[in-house]
Design a protein around this ligand. Structure first.
Ligand code: ASP
Length: 346
């Protein structure tokens, strides 16, 4: 090849980019226009692209044997668990976020007189319904809680309103009811919550009859976690008593780094052992898997002190754990593979 030809080839190689680039390059205004028209990017950077979800619910834990529960009541518990899980599954499939699902599921359980939450809740020693609830969202570690409410129909909705619509985290008693009313939540007279069964329970003041608190933990398909818990507390509780359910860290916890947890059982022991937070802390600081962390806190901390209860949890990876030392644990879940299970003991 002659020197001239080589020179011409090289020249062409240099010239091509010089001729083409101006056509490819967008003007500054075009680029600015594109930036302006670009849809807003979600600031929630915890969202991942995984498409699986997982959900677990509980309907309380107690020290009676499940075999002592009449068959018809067992069926009613199972049916209620199935129904709320399917409700949650539909919402999650549609793409609803974890906190919407958890609140919807817990509100359904509050409306069901079978459970010790909302309508049908256990009564105080002066014969009133005094309800506690809390919710925590794992992507921002924000939380809302109410304790001792007597008039808001769905305490879990009041807890969510505290989280979303107030600068506070925890409101109690008539102040919490007044807040719930001010944000437009449905209010009912205290008698709405009181069922014949609850009155009988109070009359008998059976120490063993304490189960029925409800809770829900969710991992939505964006990777976000939420935990929600709602209860009437312990049977024959002294008015003014507050248990673990509305206490963030004791009965409820969620952190996208680890897991979401909802507890049930003898609240005083769950508060003393900061159960939900400690499971999270074992995962975060000691790198324990969820199942080991839950086992450690329930069986090596709560149980030796004389406490009893259970927890449901979902990890950031969508693994579900049910752990407890109570003889009856009413629970159900849909795991990340879509398998549904409902049971009355572990
Ligand atoms: N933990 C609830 C409380 O102590 C009661 C329960 O879960 O059954 O108020």
């Amino acid at each position: 090849m002659s020197k001239l030809k080589i020179f011409l080839y090289l020249l062409l190689l240099f010239l091509i980019p010089l001729l083409v680039v101006p056509f490819l390059k967008r003007t500054k205004t075009e680029f600015e226009d594109e930036l302006r028209n670009r849809p807003a990017i979600s600031v929630d950077n915890t969202r991942d692209t995984t498409q699986f979800f997982a959900i677990a619910v509980h309907g309380g834990a107690g020290m009676g044997s499940p075999s002592n529960i009449p068959d018809s009541v067992q069926v009613a518990y199972r049916t209620a668990m199935y129904q709320v899980l399917e409700h949650g599954r539909l919402m999650l499939m549609k793409g609803d976020s974890a906190h919407h699902v958890a609140v919807a599921v817990v509100a359904l359980l509050e409306d069901n007189p079978l459970f010790n939450a909302g309508k049908g809740a256990i009564l105080t020693n002066d014969g009133r319904a005094s309800l506690d609830a809390s919710i925590m969202t794992g992507w921002d570690k924000n939380a809302g809680a109410v304790a001792g409410v007597e008039r808001v129909k769905n305490p879990i909705k009041a807890a969510l309103a505290v989280l979303q619509k107030s600068p506070y985290l925890f409101l109690s008693s008539s102040g919490a009811d007044a807040f719930a009313k001010s944000v437009g939540l449905e209010m009912v007279p205290n008698s709405y919550f009181i069922t014949e069964k609850a009155k009988q329970r109070l009359k008998q003041a059976q120490e063993q009859e304490k189960s029925g608190t409800v809770g829900c933990v969710v991992r939505d398909k964006y990777g976000n976690l939420t935990a929600a818990t709602s209860t009437g507390g312990m049977n024959n509780k002294r008015f003014g008593r507050i248990g673990d359910s509305p206490i963030i860290g004791a009965g409820t916890w969620a952190d996208n780094q680890t897991c979401a947890i909802s507890c049930t059982g003898w609240g005083e022991y769950f508060i003393r052992n900061v159960v939900a937070f400690n499971v999270h802390a074992l995962m975060l600081y000691a790198r324990r898997p969820l199942s080991i962390a839950a086992y450690e806190v329930i069986h090596n901390q709560v149980a030796p002190m004389g406490g009893y209860g259970a927890l449901i949890a979902v990890s950031r990876n969508g693994d579900i754990v049910v752990e407890g030392n109570a003889t009856t644990i009413i629970y159900g879940f849909i795991d990340k593979f879509g398998t549904l299970r409902v049971a009355l003991s572990k």
